[in-house]
Ligand binder design. Structure first.
Ligand SMILES: C[S@@+](CC[C@H](N)C(=O)[O-])C[C@H]1O[C@@H](n2cnc3c(N)ncnc32)[C@H](O)[C@@H]1O
Length: 216
């Protein structure tokens, strides 16, 4: 993976060093894992060593938008080993402070994410809530500016993405953003229903990235 430090909107070398190290590690198992292999286990505990992380183009978009709206309180579902949290935390740091509310089921991944954030000098900006995000993110303690919904496959609908957007949508401020990585059909159905207050556009990043903004 080429080093993107020079073209990135992030100007912090310490952050880049950690992002580049994570980007060089295998993101998913050789089979592709639960997103690509129908025979693969769906148990998150079977994939402790894999990040399934967002790609730099998605991370830089998140960073840029968070800077643009002066984000102070953001949500990272899910945190895994910390790649998306690094982009969020870099933006919150550069915005003058705030909190990334992370969420992750697997404790070993939380330990890795905390270590990566510490290496980047960003520990103080991230609160990773351990457990099932449908519970841990039910009360965000006030309005949030930006949400990443980067979920995990389940055997049948509703998808985690759909369950999470239903829990979090009322807690997003007007003008706040949601980025969805996996384009789960029932997530798109929720966003496409104007009664839920969002408009969105699909971006050709990774296998399709839905960028949504709350307008009412
Ligand atoms: C696609 S990965 C997230 C990647 C991360 N956003 C990044 O860019 O580095 C999805 C993560 O969701 C976690 N997960 C699965 N089910 C969960 C649940 N119910 N609550 C919280 N986390 C969950 C998995 O352990 C996995 O680490």
């Amino acid at each position: 993976m080429p080093n993107r430090s020079f073209q990135s909107p992030i100007k912090n070398a310490r952050v880049h060093a950690v992002i580049n190290r994570l980007a060089e590690a295998p993101r998913r198992p050789p089979s592709g894992g639960p997103h690509n292999d129908p025979a693969a286990s769906l148990d998150p505990y079977d994939y402790v060593e894999y990040g399934f992380s967002i790609v730099p183009e998605q991370g830089e978009l998140i960073y840029l938008l968070c800077r643009g709206i002066g984000a102070k309180r953001v949500v990272d579902f899910a945190t895994s080993v910390g790649m998306s949290a690094l982009y969020f935390a870099a933006a919150i740091h550069d915005n003058g402070g705030g909190t990334v509310i992370g969420s992750e089921l697997v404790p070993a991944k939380i330990a890795t994410a905390k270590s990566n954030l510490a290496d980047a000098g960003l520990s103080g900006y991230v609160d990773i809530r351990e457990g099932d995000a449908r519970v841990t993110l039910s009360d965000l303690g006030g309005p949030v500016d930006f949400v990443l919904i980067d979920g995990w496959p389940v055997s049948q609908e509703p998808s985690l993405a759909r369950e999470l957007i239903q829990v979090i949508a009322p807690q997003i401020r007007i003008g706040g953003y949601v980025v969805n990585d996996n384009a789960e059909p029932d997530f798109l159905e929720f966003i496409g229903d104007s009664a839920n207050g969002f408009i969105s556009v699909n971006l050709p990043l990774k296998s399709g990235t839905e960028l949504c903004v709350k307008v009412s």
